[in-house]
Ligand binder design. Sequence first.
Ligand code: MN
Length: 351
Amino acid sequence: MTSAAGRRDFRRIATEEAFTTPEMVDGCRQIVKSGWNSLDLTFWRGLLFRENDPRLADLLDVDEQRLARMDADGVDMQILSLTAPGVQFFEPGTAADIARASNDRLAATIARHPTRYAGLAAFAPQDPANAVKEMERAIGELKLNGFIVNSHTNGEYLDAEKFWPILECAEALDAPIYIHPRALPEGPDANYRDLGLWTAMWGFQVETGLHGARLLFSGVFDRFPKLKIVLGHMGEGLPYWVYRLDYMYPKMLRMMPRPLEMKPSDYLKRNFAITTSGMNHVPALKYCLEVLGAENILWAIDYPYQDCDEAVAFLNEAPISDEDRATIYARNAERLFKIAPADPLERTVAR
Ligand code: MN
């Protein structure tokens, strides 16, 4: 169990925390009826129809049990984002409508609980020009803190030139894009189905790690050098592979459209931040601290899919310096997502 002293010592901002909205639930019910064999719908069928599964109620709730659990475990703030696969498996018009409604709800939730929530805006990459308008509204009018993209959109990744206006807009707004997992696109998914490997156990990381690698090696960070991408789950495998990315890259140059201006590992440190979502594992944390530095690591729970108390106990007890702990728990989130530092006198979370 967490010590009471440990609870008081650090502000805790959890950065990959899922919610959903009635509009998204309605949209999912509609496409579930279509009989489409998408793995993302397999996930949503579980949410909608599995008996005694509390997750849908937990995802819809932002005023009751979510806050009670945050209080119980000493979590000051959650950065909310629309749960996977977000709006990206809807047709473009529906996707844009659901994104807009979700962002409005998110802003209203934050207005009700300004010290407890921040939020990442959804947008529909299916229509990049319209996406940019919603991105500008979400930061400029709704004052949200960044963006959520659930990996591929109809099998395409954000490095594709049609999506560059989205990357350019995020860079200009100085707002990070959190690339969250979803199931692999149809086609490469056959060998992931029979053993359940398409899930968060393995396939989500394959899919999202590929997205990160595509962004890195496509050269979009030479075009948009201040663009910041956040990857969950200790970096979706990329940090573990960093020696090999640097070692193999010069040998593979002939296969690439253009050479990069820096080493792959330089982009990993400059343009990416990772979070600890769903990876409450001390050896992985120590490794990432060594190769990326504390300034590139943020804390996350992955509520309601993983346990809040375990995520808190993990970072409270990890054998790292308290300076690094404070940086990972909140300071990086304050800086990247422009969250005001807490006034010590206003830290009224029940502890
Ligand atoms: Mn998640």
